[in-house]
Design a protein around this ligand. Structure first.
Ligand code: ASP
Ligand code: MG
Length: 445
């Protein structure tokens, strides 16, 4: 079986929904389960409505909800008729009525607890999947609408709930029996806790839902359908020649995402990673086009992509006490732990340690504590340029090539990842784009 997940822009209107269904119907023989996000921007509108309720602004709530309803009703009238239209309009009205009463309560109380907020935002996915289901039937497909609130069982951390895999597995196995020619449709992002109260998995949580379904149903593949042709060799807004990366490992994708590339982060598809299920990232508007396959191991070694992260701060501690001192580094990193700040790159010499941080709200406290260990210097406005590709640095010609491309750029620090997957260089903020363009040219032409 396969899981297909469609993001907000891939179901943003009736035309997009039809494209998503075209893609799904072509894969009907592979026993598909379709997971959908809310229509684009709907989750944001629902959060805005919850905020307006907290402000006691009943009028703003009403106009936001009217717009949400209008968008779904319009879509229903565009592609449904007769019985299917009736069914969809009835369901949309039911969901909207419930939504209005929850928010009316919130307006009265001028509060929207995380629990209420989850009940509110879950409506986006309920609405989009009602339309997809009705349209699939209109197009004569044997489609079943599933309620993810009954299947994805979670703890009660509203807004960011953790999945209870055992309970979820039992529920999914009982309700979902993928079969060739049959389509199951379920909501991404939403679930419910042990008391059957609605929960959500965190913003962007639909990918995670897809991974949960895929891992429990032993999917041969999880397809994430978006509006780009997969993961690119670098940001195409910066380098128009950027190409799609055909294959990338979970580990490489994690490095890339960490350094700022907008890709599917393995953490967001962890259940699939754990079962080594390949995840493909494809473009709804170019379904036959190139795409990226993320899996345990790629068939070739080489540079996969280049990404960058701006506004990094470099801290350097120089101390002669460091020489031969046991526990010096442990004490030093303990300071970062105390101030809840994570360190990205580290480089040490016999008497100095340099490290970068991204979050600087505790910079003054960290610096004061570090000064107890040695003299400290702080350099702001740096950026990390990161080259990702497992095994490439075994070939010293690649290293030479990278440095040649960076000639003329003031490099403050280098870190060759211990896992041999990334090489990162610290450059001035203002030089990051130039560095990426030049490296991309050197490696990808
Ligand atoms: N609709 C939710 C959001 O916008 C979940 C998702 O799109 O994955 O965050
Ligand atoms: Mg989304």
């Amino acid at each position: 079986m396969i899981v297909l997940k469609f993001g907000g822009t891939s179901v943003q209107d009736s035309a997009a929904m039809d494209r998503a269904l075209d893609i799904t119907f072509e894969r009907l023989e592979r026993s598909p389960v379709l997971i959908s996000s809310a229509m684009a921007k709907i989750t944001d509108s629902l959060i805005a409505a919850a905020d307006a309720a907290v402000a006691g602004d009943g009028e703003a709530v009403a106009s936001l909800l009217d717009a949400v309803k209008e968008r779904h009703i319009k879509c229903a009238y565009e592609f449904l008729k007769g019985q299917n239209l009736n069914y969809a309009v009835t369901r949309i009205n039911e969901i909207m009525t419930e939504l209005r009463s929850i928010l009316r309560g919130c307006v009265y109380l001028k509060e929207c607890t995380p629990q209420s907020c989850d009940a509110v935002v879950s409506c986006g996915e309920l609405l989009s999947t009602v339309l997809l289901h009705a349209r699939a039937r209109e197009r004569k497909i044997d489609a079943v609408w599933l309620d993810s609130r009954e299947l994805i069982k979670t703890d009660s951390t509203y807004g960011e709930a953790a999945v209870d895999f055992k309970a979820t597995e039992t529920a999914i196995r009982k309700a979902v029996t993928p079969a060739a020619g049959k389509l199951f449709i379920a909501q991404g992002f939403i679930g419910s806790d042990a008391n059957s109260l609605t929960t959500t998995l965190g913003r962007g949580g639909s990918d995670y839902t897809a991974a949960v379904f895929g891992s429990i149903l032993n999917a041969e593949e999880i397809q994430i359908w978006t509006d780009v042709n997969g993961i690119m060799t670098t940001d195409p807004r910066l380098v128009p020649e950027a190409k799609t990366v055909n294959e990338i490992s979970y580990e490489e994708a994690a490095e890339l995402a960490f350094f700022g590339a907008k890709v599917v982060h393995p953490a967001t598809i962890q259940p699939a990673v754990a079962k080594k299920i390949p995840v493909t990232v494809l473009n709804t508007r170019d379904p036959e086009g190139i795409f990226t396959r993320i899996s345990e191991k790629t068939a070739y070694e080489g540079l996969k992509a280049i990404s960058g992260k701006k506004n990094v701060t470099l801290l350097t501690v120089v101390s002669s006490r460091m020489m031969n001192a046991v526990g010096f580094l442990a004490n030093l990193f303990e300071i970062f732990r105390e101030h809840n700040t994570s360190v990205d790159l580290v480089s040490t010499s016999e008497v100095s340690v340099s490290m970068t941080i991204n979050k600087t709200d505790k910079l003054a406290e960290i610096t004061a504590d570090l000064e107890k260990l040695g003299s400290v210097s702080v350099e702001a406005d740096k950026a990390i340029v990161c080259l990702v590709g497992k095994g490439i640095w075994k070939d010293s010609r690649n290293v030479t090539k990278a440095f040649a491309a960076l000639e003329g750029t003031n490099i403050r620090m280098i870190s060759l990842g211990a896992s041999d997957t990334n090489l990162s260089a610290l450059v001035p903020n203002g030089k990051l784009n130039e560095a990426i363009i030049s490296l991309h040219k050197a490696f990808f032409g």
